[in-house]
Design a protein around this ligand. Structure first.
Ligand SMILES: [Zn+2]
Length: 175
């Protein structure tokens, strides 16, 4: 699956709820996971491959492999945030510190339509927040100040024109 890059309108759309839980959905989740791993990502949202539906996959780095979250929503969160570096497979080569909650509680459906409520902390909360943002048309650079965001857009466009990534060494924060 081809990853859509910053500037593609699908990344700014509000994704639709998933309503059908069939083999097609399972196949789609597995294709998303494969695309995520092929690109050294730790998370990938359906809109990032051009599908504006509420489906994300993440690898929470706990040895259990990838997991799918359908129609996920954050139902509670810590009042406090903390800063850490993030990247995004749709904005390759750009890494910046952004604030995220220390913990979040997520309500979501699994691939069979079963309802779950689960708490996530720190890096896991960060990755999931990042992916859930994608379902609302929000990108991690939106948390930066306007001046910084402009600078990044400029840097990103320049990199794309040269047809490559200025910063080839990826870090594990790509989502
Ligand atoms: Zn992303």
């Amino acid at each position: 699956m081809r990853i859509r890059l910053l500037g593609d309108p699908v990344l700014r759309m509000k994704a639709k709820d998933v309503e059908v839980f069939d083999d097609g959905l399972k196949k789609l989740a597995s294709d998303l996971a494969e695309t995520m791993y092929m690109n050294d990502g730790v998370g990938l949202a359906a809109p990032q491959v051009g599908l504006s539906i509420k489906l994300v996959v993440v690898d929470l780095n706990d040895g259990s492999g990838w997991r799918a979250f359908v129609n996920p929503k954050v139902v509670d969160r810590s009042k406090e945030n903390y800063m850490d570096v993030e990247g995004c497979l749709s904005i390759p080569g750009i890494f910046e510190e952004v604030p995220r909650p220390i913990w979040i509680v997520v309500e979501y459906l699994d691939l069979d339509g079963g309802l779950h409520t689960e708490k996530f902390e720190y890096q896991n909360a960060r990755v999931l927040s990042h992916e859930i943002d994608h379902l609302h048309g929000k990108l991690f650079i939106d948390y930066l100040g306007l001046a910084k965001r402009r600078l990044i857009l400029h840097r990103f466009m320049k990199m794309r024109r040269r047809g490559g990534s200025e910063n080839a060494n990826r870090i594990s924060g790509n989502a």
